[in-house]
Write a protein that binds this ligand. Structure first.
Ligand code: FAD
Length: 494
């Protein structure tokens, strides 16, 4: 693993040659690299941010949809349903929290009921288990749902997942099998040279036999560098509220309104961490990097969420955030296997249900890449990662024994999310580096709670600084230039 590639000075002497260069470290880059890591060949993943999973893959609703919504016959329908079925096995191997809680798509009037019939037919055609339920079953399944709800499409096969650990552990697995990762390295130019691709970044230049563009909304620009046609990509922003852990039994399912042309609508859902998410909005925006939130949009999100669950306690809301979806003109996923540029692959227009579809789409694209390069399976490789030690999930007897043997797991560094020093040290010792407080937060949940890092940040900064061999004042929150402490605030008394 490198943080950044060869420096410009070294470049003249050294041009690294790879079999595959993957551009973008979202869930697609991480999973595709993992699947490729089971094969022989030198693979490099280039990610412009300080961590993997900082784009759409870290700012979504974290639902592994059942697949009732995509139009039959589309790639979205095919890959959503296949991906959903792959998730339990994948999450077991990658030690990722996944819960099958089912979804309810709720109607409040006759028109909504008709739409549910249509969705039920789609579900049947897509091969998704679904049934329409009415009152009083609806109220007994989800007591906090509005009493104005008439009917709902119940799909038991919807899951919620921890999207942060999913991307991180897919990448860790890939690195453990030999994939190279360069963080903070942005691809700025692509060209063909003697049958290979020349990939120029802000930090160096590489040659590769194949290039896979998994840069979300940034694919369009990179494809045009190689003379490829664009796909009419547009960014669609979604804003959310995050709630605290106020009552683990408040909601039991993912709750959707009736979908519209803008998407699946404002949902209300538990997360795998036991808190709740409300959102997203859905508006086109000019820039994939634009993830600000605004009062008017959030007010509308709140109004729509309260139609589903009037008793949502907004005083328990602790944070807002936004993510952008990379949409395509055609409204379906694009699997790009270039004829004009052999060895150039891309997945574009991967908006929702992109998370649910990722394992299946990556599986198919890897088959194409492996066949193009004629790569052979390795004799040995790891299919998963070393699981985290999670004392809070152990029985009391197991936990007491574990604490005696591992006292660092009794020292709490994040009180809101009850994260221990042992857990933080485990994460920092792994092959996927943690270059920022945000990366550590996504791996351990330290900083995700009510204080939003206000209290635990000062406990975590020295641990990151020590691991990276830098000063505490140099520790980043996230992007370059986001140092948290700008001056020394405390001096020990003599
Ligand atoms: C608001 C919202 C809600 C969603 N909810 C769901 C859901 O509940 N269920 C579901 O199935 N799907 C959902 N999705 C869709 C899902 O999140 C995406 O389809 C998926 O995360 C796309 O992953 P990706 O790897 O293609 O893109 P990203 O995660 O965006 O990764 C692309 C990466 O490429 C990097 N990059 C870009 N340009 C360059 C460059 N030049 N050089 C190097 N690196 C570069 C970026 O920094 C980024 O890390 C949602 C999306 C959004 C935005």
């Amino acid at each position: 693993m490198f943080i950044g590639g060869p420096s410009r000075g070294l470049f003249l002497l050294y041009l690294a040659v790879f079999d595959v260069i993957v551009v973008g470290g979202g869930i697609y880059g991480a999973l595709l690299s993992r699947d490729l890591s089971f094969y022989q060949g030198r693979v490099l993943l280039l990610e412009k941010e300080s961590d993997v999973g900082n784009g759409a893959s870290g700012a979504n609703s974290a639902i592994i949809h059942s697949g009732y919504d995509p139009l039959p016959g589309t790639k979205k329908a095919l890959y959503n349903v296949r991906g959903n079925a792959m998730y339990p096995g994948l999450c077991r191997l990658l030690d990722v929290d996944l819960k099958k809680i089912g979804s309810l798509t709720v109607s409040f009037d006759e028109e909504g009921n008709k739409k549910l019939e249509e969705l039920k037919k789609r579900a049947d055609t897509n091969g998704v288990e679904a049934r329409i339920i009415g009152q009083p079953e609806l109220a007994s399944l989800e007591p906090s749902l509005s009493d104005k709800a008439l009917e709902a499409l119940y799909c038991p096969s919807a899951y919620i997942v921890d999207p942060f650990t999913l991307t991180a552990h897919a990448m860790e697995n890939a690195i453990d099998n030999g994939v190279e990762l360069h963080l903070l390295e942005e691809v700025v130019h692509l060209e063909k040279k003697d049958g290979h691709y020349l990939v120029r970044t802000n930090n160096g230049e590489y040659e590769s036999r194949a290039v896979v563009l998994l840069a979300g909304g940034h694919n369009e620009v990179l494809l045009k560098e190689l003379g490829e046609e664009g796909y009419g990509g547009k960014a669609r922003k979604g804003e959310y509220y995050v709630f605290d852990h106020f009552n683990p039994d408040f909601l039991k399912h993912v709750l959707f309104p009736i979908p519209t042309s803008k998407g699946k609508g404002v949902l209300v859902t538990p997360t795998t961490s036991g808190n709740y998410l409300v959102g997203p909005s859905s508006e086109f925006t000019s820039d994939y990097e634009e993830v600000s939130t605004d009062e008017l949009t959030l007010k509308e999100v709140k109004r729509m969420a309260q139609e589903l669950v009037p008793s949502l306690p907004f005083n328990e809301q602790i944070r807002v955030y936004a993510g952008t979806r990379a949409t395509s003109e055609k409204g379906d996923f694009i699997i790009g296997i270039s004829k004009e540029n052999p060895g150039l692959f891309h997945l574009s227009g991967i908006d929702s249900p992109g998370l649910a579809s990722a394992p299946a789409l990556c599986e198919d694209l890897v088959k194409e890449i492996v066949s193009y390069l004629d790569l052979k399976k390795k004799d040995s490789y790891q299919k998963g990662v070393k699981p985290y030690c999670r004392p809070l999930k152990m029985s009391q007897e197991e936990r007491e024994k574990f604490y005696l043997e591992h006292p660092k797991y009794t020292k709490i560094v994040c009180a809101c999310e009850k994260v221990s020093l042992g857990e933080v040290e485990d994460v920092l010792s792994r092959s996927l580096p943690c270059l920022s407080l945000k990366a550590l937060k996504k791996r351990t949940r330290a900083g995700f709670g009510k204080c939003q890092g206000g209290f635990c940040g000062p406990n975590l900064m020295p641990l990151i600084a020590k691991k990276l061999g830098i000063k505490e004042g140099e520790v980043l929150y996230d992007k370059a230039g986001s140092q948290v402490s700008v001056m020394e605030v405390r001096k020990d008394e003599d």
